[in-house]
Design a protein around this ligand. Sequence first.
Ligand code: HEC
Length: 96
Amino acid sequence: MRKAKMIFGVIGAGFLSVGAGAVELPAGPNKDVVARACSSCHDLDMVFDAAGQTREGWNGTIEEMTGYGLQLSPSERAQVLEYLTSFLGPDAKKPR
Ligand code: HEC
């Protein structure tokens, strides 16, 4: 998680100065699905900013995004939830 912490630190230091494309998701299974599904309406910054959520929390976020118009197949949805819980879950809390 070293790389992720670094990224969170950068965002914390200057959220507004982080431009589109500056944020890279931690490498891992299903990263591509998440990057594609979650960057079509807003920057992935939004996703990073919510790091530290439990599985239930992310599940709720996906529900909310579905309300905004996010479209995922059931298998993609499971992959996204798996990725977010593993890489941006409770163990990946942002330094405050
Ligand atoms: C169909 C468009 C759309 C897609 C696709 C989308 N979002 Fe969002 N997202 C939004 C909107 C609209 C907001 C609210 C923006 C605001 O408040 O300014 C938002 C806000 C957020 C927030 C901020 C907290 C909140 O609840 O408002 C998070 C976290 C988030 N999105 C995560 C995700 C993740 C993770 C994905 C991929 C699974 C995703 N989004 C895909 C539209 C989308």
